[in-house]
Design a protein around this ligand. Structure first.
Ligand code: SAM
Length: 301
C-alpha cells in the first residue's frame, strides 16, 4: 500500500498537473494526520459523509472504507476527473463538481435521504469562514464537522466567548456547536507547503442552543456591532453607531447588570443574550427604541 506522500506524487505525475494556489490546493501527505481526521470524525457504517474539497482523493479513500456513502464536492474539474477515475468502481461514492458555497446542501441531504450526516474536510483556507458559517446557518441536519483549517482561525473558532482570542464568529460557533481542538499540523504535512500552520478541529452540533433568545437575528447583529468597535466601551460603540444615545445605552446595560465601562469583546454568550433580549423587549414596548432593529439589520451585514 502506498503512503499518502507516494500516492500524491504518483497522481500528480500521472496526470501531469500542478496545484492551483488560488483554489487553496495544499494536498495532505501525512498518513498520521489523515488517520487522526478519520478517527475524530468517528465514522460509523450507517454514516453519510460530505467531503468538501476532496482534491486528489487521499482522505476520500479512507472515508470510503468506513462510511455508507461519501458525497464529495469539488470545484476543480481536473480533480473531479481524477476522482472519477479512482473511485468509479465504488458504489458508495458520489462527486459533485460545484462551488460548495453555491450548493443547496439542505436540499441535497433531503433528496439523498441521507441520515447520520457528518462533514469531513481539509478545507480550502481562502474560504474557511464562509464555508463553516454556511454549514451552520443553513441549519443542516448534520451531526458533526471535522475539518482541518488554518491554525489562527482554529484558535478563534475554539476560543471561549469573551476570551482574548474570541471574535464575533466564536459566539456563532458556540451557539450552534461544541468546538474542540484536535491536532496542530505543521506545514510539512502538505504538498505544496502552505505558509501557515494548520489545525484539525471538531465541531459537534448541539441539540439545544446554550442561551434563550427572543430574536436570534438581533443577537448576532449586536455581537457583530460590538466586535466592529472592539476597542471601544460597549456604551460608546452603541452610541457612536447612532442607533441609540448614551443615556439609552447606559440604561440598557444597567438593566442587564453590566458595568458601563464594559467592552463588548469581554461579554459572555449569556451577557449578549440578556442584552439582545432587553433590546427586543424595549423594541416591543417603547417607541423610542423602535428603530433599533431596523438600523442594526441595515448596517451589520
Ligand atoms: N482534500 C484534499 C487533501 O486533503 O489533500 C485537498 C484539500 S485542499 C486544501 C482544498 C480542496 O478544495 C482543493 O481540492 C480545491 O480544489 C477545493 N476547493 C477550493 N475551493 C472550492 C470550492 N469553492 N468548492 C469546492 N471545492 C473547493
Amino acid at each position: 500500500m502506498k503512503s499518502a506522500y507516494e500516492e500524491t506524487m504518483f497522481i500528480l505525475k500521472k496526470y501531469n498537473i500542478l496545484a492551483n494556489k488560488s483554489l487553496g490546493q495544499n494536498f495532505l501527505i501525512d498518513d498520521e494526520v489523515i488517520e487522526s481526521i478519520v478517527e475524530t470524525a468517528n465514522i460509523k457504517k450507517e454514516d453519510t459523509i460530505i467531503e468538501i474539497g476532496p482534491g486528489l482523493g487521499t482522505l476520500t479513500n479512507k472515508l470510503l472504507e468506513k462510511a455508507k456513502k461519501v458525497i464529495a464536492i469539488e470545484l476543480d474539474k481536473r480533480m473531479v476527473n481524477i476522482l472519477n477515475d479512482r473511485f468509479s468502481l465504488y458504489n458508495n461514492f458520489e462527486i459533485i463538481n460545484e462551488d460548495v458555497l453555491k450548493v443547496d446542501l439542505r436540499n441535497m441531504i433531503k433528496e439523498q435521504n441521507a441520515e447520520n450526516v457528518k462533514i469531513v474536510a481539509n478545507l480550502p483556507y481562502y474560504i474557511t469562514t464562509p464555508i463553516i458559517m454556511k454549514l451552520l446557518e443553513d441549519r443542516l441536519n448534520i451531526q458533526s464537522i471535522t475539518v482541518m483549517i488554518q491554525k489562527e482561525v482554529a484558535k478563534r473558532l475554539t476560543a471561549t466567548p469573551g476570551d482574548k482570542l474570541s471574535g464575533a464568529i466564536t459566539y456563532a460557533i458556540n451557539y450552534y456547536c461544541e468546538p474542540q481542538e484536535v491536532l496542530i499540523v505543521p506545514n510539512s504535512s502538505f504538498i505544496p507547503k502552505p505558509e501557515v500552520e494548520s489545525e484539525v478541529i471538531n465541531l459537534k452540533l448541539r441539540k439545544a442552543h446554550p442561551v434563550e433568545l427572543t430574536n436570534e437575528k438581533l443577537f448576532f447583529k449586536l455581537i457583530k456591532l460590538a466586535f466592529m468597535q472592539r476597542r471601544k466601551t460597549l456604551i460608546n460603540g452603541l452610541s457612536n453607531s447612532g442607533r441609540v444615545d448614551k443615556k439609552q445605552a447606559k440604561e440598557l446595560l444597567e438593566k442587564v447588570g453590566l458595568d458601563e465601562k464594559v467592552r463588548g469583546e469581554s461579554l459572555s454568550m449569556q451577557d449578549f443574550a440578556n442584552l439582545a433580549n432587553a433590546i427586543e423587549n424595549a423594541t416591543i414596548h417603547s417607541k423610542i427604541i423602535n428603530p433599533w432593529e431596523r438600523t442594526l439589520n441595515d448596517s451589520c451585514e
